[in-house]
Design a protein around this ligand. Structure first.
Ligand code: FHN
Length: 573
């Protein structure tokens, strides 16, 4: 299990974060002046995410500021937005109080560059939202860009108006960030969390001071991990990032419905409801909160594509929400080809993104299953049988027809808290998956140390003296194809291969160059490409435990990620 962050918690810390852990699903809102150009500047389409238009087009402050005089969101309906969050089954809402463009979307007494002083609208949108959130039982939270501020001469980010050499970041922190954070925490009642972002210049002491300020003003308010330098109440994965395997501690992934955060007229790349539900299952089954974004238009209205998708997710949540809210990550160390597992008390939830048909088998569960229930139809009969063969527990279910082609959930009542085999087990389809966090890392002190990164993938594998091995259990012998899976990383977004690997298994040695023999088409690979390299075929003739070893014989010098191994799999030939 990846134990990279946020595991050192006191009892008080655990109480403060309990609501957030229980929530599992929240709404992100990116809304600001950038919704006016919506991706186009002076008739030209500007590439990239909508809220970055000022920087991507290097729009001078004096010109960008003019947008404020056009900002009149007469269709902004705080009530409808909070209700939409409620309808979607979201429990908290994080809105951009100030994004990188530096414009305050609330009434900021310390600045005139805000929605009340600088726009014809003249009203405090956050005040309205705070009332609406209270009405619909949604926790209000604020996004605040503490590091980049393209409007403030001393902040990071804007080097087309302001000379980086003369910047005084501490001045900006003291005179804009801290006063505004204070305003946000004193003007709108209890705030669930402050979502700081892009810690590029901020020092450890500055991150700590900011976090302290938040906790002093509102002791129960959480601070996002992106306050920087490992400070913060929970960890934030990369944008749209799905880890490999479950994570320990408190984690969240911010994610988009299409590809932009701030509204862009030309972004029609909407994810389907099915994909969004699969992402929800993938994240929550790994112990990660899903913070899903909407980008309202400049007039305040929410694109119908977003509304429709969120309502559809909400309908699914009404039936299946108990498999999401208040659950913990899967007890299994690996992933499953058919979906994900969550747990609550003595209940396990099997969330099927791919319905197995009438017969389903789950290896490695040590408990006795007393009852199996389809959440979508509690009267549907599910027959249970449990056996033990070749030193492996096997649960078999006889399932009814699939009740939901997107995700169907079966709840298993157990005779106690879930206990499962922690080795890599052969699945019913004959496959074995050993994800990176399950392998043993061999990393001599003399070489750069390999480690499991926050997303559960091996990082820093640049030396040929590093190697890994992993045990796995075969209960159904035969011929297998070995694959090594590698993935793009958060700081090196492009997938790279070219490394030569040596794999040893059952007396056979294979040598292969890491190349994309097959790209993953799973929704999680859309932003972090993953490729499989076919290593070769092996015959495993007897049931039992085997050990596979992987060594790097050369690492491609051009690769910024190194050998970013995410999994080793065996599939039946
Ligand atoms: O630069 C921002 C981006 O505009 C957006 O706000 C995302 C949301 O997670 N955060 C930063 C990039 O990671």
């Amino acid at each position: 299990m990846n134990t990279a962050a946020k595991t050192r918690q006191t009892q008080r810390d655990r109480e403060r974060i309990a609501w957030w852990e229980e929530a599992r699903f929240g709404m992100f809102i990116h809304w600001g002046l950038y919704a006016i150009p919506a991706g186009k500047w002076k008739g030209k389409a500007i590439e990239g995410i909508g809220e970055w238009i000022m920087r991507r087009a290097e729009i001078p402050v004096a010109e960008y500021e003019q947008l404020a005089s056009q900002f009149n969101p007469v269709k902004f309906d705080a009530d409808a937005i909070a209700k939409l969050a409620q309808d979607a089954g979201m429990k908290y809402l994080v809105i951009t109080a100030k994004h990188h463009d530096g414009f305050a979307m609330y009434d900021s007494p310390c600045s005139t560059y805000d929605i009340v002083d600088a726009t014809p609208y003249g009203k405090d949108a956050m005040a309205a939202l705070s009332k609406a959130c209270e009405k619909y039982g949604i926790r209000l939270c604020f996004y605040y860009s503490q590091d980049q501020d393209w409007h403030a001469p001393n902040a990071s980010g804007n080097d087309w108006d302001f000379d980086p050499a003369t910047k005084d970041f501490a001045y900006y922190l003291e005179n804009k960030v801290k006063p505004q954070v204070r305003e946000l925490l004193t003007q709108y009642g209890p705030i669930g969390l402050i979502w700081f972002d892009t810690p590029v210049s901020i020092s450890l002491e500055q991150s700590q001071a900011l976090s302290r300020l938040v906790h002093t003003l509102q002791p129960d308010c959480l601070v996002s991990g992106r306050v920087g330098n490992g400070v913060g109440d929970y960890g934030s994965l990369g944008d749209n990032q799905i880890p490999t395997g479950r994570l320990e501690g408190y984690w969240e992934t911010p994610a988009t419905l299409n590809d932009t955060w701030g509204y862009k007229t030309d972004d029609h790349n909407w994810k389907s409801v099915k994909t969004l539900l699969h992402l929800l299952v993938d994240l929550v089954s790994k112990g990660v909160n899903y913070l899903l974004n909407i980008g309202p238009r400049a007039d305040g209205s929410v694109p119908e594509q977003s509304v429709n998708r969120l309502r559809a997710i909400g309908r699914w949540m009404k039936t299946n929400g108990e498999a999401i809210y208040g659950t913990k990550a899967t007890p299994y160390p690996h992933e499953f080809p058919w979906g994900g597992i969550t747990q609550k008390g003595n209940r396990l939830y099997l969330l099927f993104t791919h319905w197995p048909g009438e017969r389903f088998a789950l290896p490695g569960l040590h408990n006795r299953v007393t009852k199996a229930t389809l959440l979508a139809d509690e009267r549907a009969r599910i027959a249970i049988s449990q056996t033990r063969d070749n030193d492996c527990d096997m649960l078999e279910l006889r399932l009814p027809a699939c009740p939901d082609p997107n995700v169907a959930v079966v709840a298993l009542d157990l005779d106690g808290a879930p206990e499962v085999d922690q080795t890599a087990l052969q699945q019913a389809d004959g496959s074995v998956a050993m994800i990176a966090s399950m392998v043993n890392l061999h990393t001599p002190k003399s070489a750069p140390q390999i480690r499991i990164g926050e997303s559960g993938v091996i990082e820093n594998w640049f030396s040929t003296s590093n190697w890994v091995d992993c045990d796995f259990k075969i209960s159904n012998p035969g011929a297998f194809e070995i694959r090594i899976h590698t993935s793009a990383l958060r700081r090196a977004r492009e997938w790279t291969g070219g490394h030569e690997v040596r794999v040893d298994l059952a007396g056979s040695t294979f040598r292969k160059t890491i190349a994309p023999d097959a790209w993953s088409d799973s929704p999680k690979a859309r932003y972090f490409p993953e490729a499989a390299t076919i290593i070769g075929n092996v015959q495993l003739d007897t049931p039992g435990i085997y050990t596979i070893e992987v060594r790097a014989e050369s690492i491609d010098k051009k690769s910024r990620a190194g050998l970013s191994l995410s999994a080793i799999t065996l599939t039946r030939k």
